[in-house]
Design a protein around this ligand. Structure first.
Ligand code: SAM
Ligand code: DTB
Ligand code: SF4
Length: 326
């Protein structure tokens, strides 16, 4: 197991903009729902075409057996969730899945691996996958865990567009959810990604049992990233039996929609992705999320190990709402 811990000097909450942003987020959360949605939709229209919602397809290229202890994750080896540890997929299998994603109308293909971080020998085949995905004319994104010096540059040189690495929760709550790495490690990886000139995809999870202050802290921390991430996935916890967070009280839908709206207002130019948790959401709640400024989804029957609405259901939703892909 790779136990290298990367330290980053700038501790997250020390950023002078954090507290004012958290206060601003809390004030937005406290607005009457219609007022908040109106503000979010106004910001959205100033920055984006409100008819368009981008579609990314996700593939787990290395499933299960992860040494980390993220309390929400079905792929952590230490939790008994029924997810088996598998080897890294062959390049040909990945290319096949990317081709199918493109045929269904996805514009970005995201490859996820249940690693603490990639070992050098694992990175070589991933670089090949990136080259092949790019050759199909898709945008490529990877989420492989923590990166070491030089790895982001190798991914960039292979043609990678985005690297996903989430902050997941507020700095002060982080230790309750994950103990095998620190918030600073996450920020260090994000620095490496940015430093290599890759686009940053960075978001988090809500519904972990956090308070509204916790959610505001996550969004403030994301908004502090300078420059702000190009892509911000907001995940509603998918509860998986066997994980420590299974059984957590579900976040009320109205609080989830508010979270999307606050993300939109604090990060006006970022693409906000309505990510995990859509399978358990009604069409009406998803429509409210789009109204609140979400303009991207994961598209395809599966996320990494759990379900996602099928393509026909999403196509019907886009048609019903008059949304266009892209
Ligand atoms: N292993 C790498 C890492 O953690 O950086 C990459 C893959 S990991 C599964 C990517 C992200 O998926 C996590 O940061 C977390 O935000 C999200 N995630 C994992 N399990 C989830 C769950 N049960 N519900 C919602 N989001 C989840
Ligand atoms: C992100 O923020 N959410 C995606 C993607 N980035 C990698 C992952 C969601 C995983 C949900 C649980 C599962 O399917 O294993
Ligand atoms: Fe491993 Fe990533 Fe899951 Fe954490 S979120 S246990 S690092 S796969």
């Amino acid at each position: 197991m790779d136990t290298a811990v990367i330290r980053f000097p700038a501790a997250a909450p020390a950023d002078a903009r954090f507290e004012p942003l958290r206060e601003e987020a809390l004030a937005l959360y406290a607005l009457p729902f219609n007022e908040l949605l109106h503000r979010a939709q106004t910001v959205h229209r100033e920055n984006f075409d409100a008819r368009r919602v981008q579609r990314s397809t996700l593939l787990s290229i290395k499933t299960g057996g992860c040494p980390e202890d993220c309390g929400y994750c079905p792929q952590a080896a230490r939790y008994h969730t029924g997810v088996e540890s598998e080897a890294l997929l062959d390049v040909a299998e990945v290319v096949e899945a990317a081709r199918a994603a493109k045929a269904h109308g996805a514009t970005r293909f995201c490859m996820g691996a249940a690693w603490r971080g990639p070992k050098q020998r694992d990175l070589a085949p991933v670089l090949e996958m990136v080259r092949e995905v790019k050759a199909l004319g898709l945008e490529a994104c990877c989420t492989l865990g923590m990166l070491r010096d030089g790895q982001a540059e190798q991914l960039r040189d292979a043609g990678l567009d985005y690297y996903n690495h989430n902050l997941d929760t507020a700095p002060e709550l982080y230790g309750d959810v994950i103990t095998t790495r620190a918030y600073e490690d996450r920020l260090a990886t994000l620095e490496r990604v940015r430093g290599a000139g890759l686009k940053v995809c960075c978001g988090g999870i809500v519904g972990l049992g956090e308070t509204r202050e916790g959610r505001a802290g996550l969004l403030a921390q994301l908004a502090c990233l300078d420059p702000q991430p190009e892509s911000v996935p907001i995940n509603d916890l998918v509860q998986v039996e066997g994980t420590p967070l299974h059984g957590t009280g579900k976040l009320p839908w109205v609080e989830f929609v508010r979270t999307i709206a606050v993300a939109r207002i604090l990060m006006p130019r970022s693409v906000v992705r309505l990510s995990a948790g859509r399978s358990a959401m009604s069409e009406a709640v998803q429509a409210l999320c789009f109204l609140a400024g979400a303009n991207s989804i994961f598209y395809g029957e599966k996320l990494l190990t759990t379900g996602n609405p099928d393509v026909a259901r999403d196509d019907a939703l886009f048609a019903a709402l008059g949304l266009q892909p892209g």
